[in-house]
Design a binder for this molecule. Structure first.
Ligand code: HEC
Ligand SMILES: [Cu+2]
Length: 435
């Protein structure tokens, strides 16, 4: 059976009179990929992408499901499909070790759009690494006709490093437990559906979005800026609501939203818990081409100077409190310690001991021992190429860090005064000179 990678959706089955036996071959692949520009992550996938392959069957079909775990994978996996009526949604019958294949069958007795996901312990971690996707069970009579269908699925990601911090990022169990993701994205990465990869449509077309939420933790307030959904199959069940602005999609749930595009422009899909959209990645674009319709939307018609009446125009008060600056060395070390823990530690390790072959030690480092200013460069500019630290060779990449002069001064001073290094102080001024 043909399955598709996001954001594509397989052809409809509605021309088909009878139920069929369908064979689904799903391969689990663990692979490194892009989470954001300069940020890599080891995704665990159903079929090579996050979200996994879109499966489209018809009500009454018998599905023979083959789960194949690639021999190069390191972990066992299984699948729980919310479309399955049976123990574990299939999970109890599909536990599959690397280099193995399992088979189970189920009848699609309920219609709707269903989430599937891995349910191997630790379940949260398998889902957090991208193991989810959607299966559509079309009603016998099919869905109404539309011009375009797209597959969009939200997920939250928990990296050791902060949002945007470069390099290969490890999964943070700590942040996942606290439900504090660094990334909230559509289709597995920041910008997966923007710019050249934006969804496309033409004025006058009817669009159907199959929207899922893999979680593992967050509930999505799904919204398209500048559009109103004509129809929403709430929670992807049979109840249809009309004229909806924002629809809730629970973790492990889905929705089907339909709307006609009346005017051209770029329409932005967001999780309207809005910091997630503009600061954590939950933002996609739908680019609509075609004729303007000033009767529906005019564009900017004019701009004039506005003078408030009387003297009531408020001024922003001069800020009384200057931005807090670390003044004493003690304060500086305290602040530096926080930066170290949130940024440097992920690579250089908690005691600055590094990892042989990967990250050089900052503890007793002879790299900057005789010239403390050499600690600034790697942080400000990044560092690549072969270096020798304490007699050990390293040939890797340190991404440049987006920190303020003051943060860099604090963290480097912290390193100089800890981990058996010889002490010293770096000032914001010294950092600025190295920019
Ligand atoms: C994403 C991983 C990563 C992060 C985060 C990181 N570094 Fe590095 N750092 C490296 C790598 C890799 C190298 C070696 C680069 C090479 O081989 O050329 C390095 C080298 C260095 C060096 C020179 C070698 C040495 O051990 O003395 C210093 C100093 C340094 N880092 C300081 C920092 C500080 C301070 C921070 C936090 C603000 C930081 N690094 C954050 C990966 C990282
Ligand atoms: Cu898994």
């Amino acid at each position: 059976m043909e399955m598709t990678s996001p954001p594509n959706v397989p052809e409809s089955n509605d021309s088909r009179e009878h139920a069929l036996k369908q064979i689904v071959n799903m391969e689990v692949i663990e692979k490194q990929g892009r989470l954001a520009d300069g940020v890599q992550y080891t995704f665990w996938t159903f079929g090579g992408d996050v979200p996994g392959k879109f499966i489209r069957v018809r009500e009454g079909d018998l599905i023979e499901f083959h789960l194949k775990n690639h021999p190069d994978n390191k972990f066992a996996h299984n699948i729980d499909m919310h479309a399955v009526t049976g123990p574990g949604g299939g999970a109890t019958s599909s536990f599959t070790a690397p280099g193995h294949e399992t088979v189970f069958s189920f009848r699609a007795i309920r219609t709707g759009l269903f989430v599937y996901h891995c349910a191997t312990a630790p379940v949260g971690m398998h889902i957090a690494n991208g193991m989810y996707g959607l299966i559509l069970v079309e009603p016998r009579e099919g869905l109404s006709k539309v011009d375009r269908e797209y597959y969009v699925m939200q997920g939250d990601f928990y990296t050791n490093g902060r949002y945007g911090e470069g390099g290969l990022q490890a999964f943070s169990m700590d942040k996942a437990l606290k439900e504090e993701p660094e990334y909230v994205v559509f289709n597995g990465s920041v910008g997966s559906l923007t710019g050249d990869n934006a969804l496309q449509a033409k004025v006058g077309e009817k669009i159907r979005l199959f929207i899922g939420n893999g979680g593992p933790n967050l509930v999505s307030s799904f919204h398209v800026i500048g559009e109103i959904f004509d129809n929403v199959y709430q929670e992807a069940g049979t109840e249809v609501n009309h004229n909806v602005q924002t629809t809730l999609i629970p973790s492990g749930g889905a929705a089907i939203a339909e709307f006609k595009v009346e005017v051209p422009g770029t329409f932005i899909l967001v999780d309207h818990s809005i910091f997630r959209a503009f600061n954590k990645g939950a933002l996609a674009q739908l680019k609509v081409e075609g004729e303007e319709d000033p009767n529906i939307y005019s564009g900017k018609q004019s701009e004039n100077v506005y003078l408030g009446e009387g003297g009531h125009i408020q001024e922003i008060p001069e800020s009384g409190e200057p931005a807090e600056k670390a003044t004493t060395l003690e304060e500086k070390l305290k602040k530096g310690s926080i930066v170290f823990q949130s940024v440097c530690q992920a690579c250089h390790q908690s005691e600055g001991q590094g990892l042989p072959g990967a990250f050089p030690p900052l503890a007793k480092s002879d790299y900057f021992k005789n010239d403390i200013s050499k600690i600034i460069g790697p942080v400000v500019h990044g560092l690549t190429g072969e270096i020798i630290v304490n007699g050990q060779k390293f040939n890797s990449i340190m991404p440049k860090q987006t920190l303020t002069d003051e943060e860099i001064a604090n963290v480097t001073t912290f390193v100089l005064n800890n981990f058996g290094n010889g002490g010293g102080e770096i000032t914001s001024e010294m950092v600025r000179k190295n920019r």
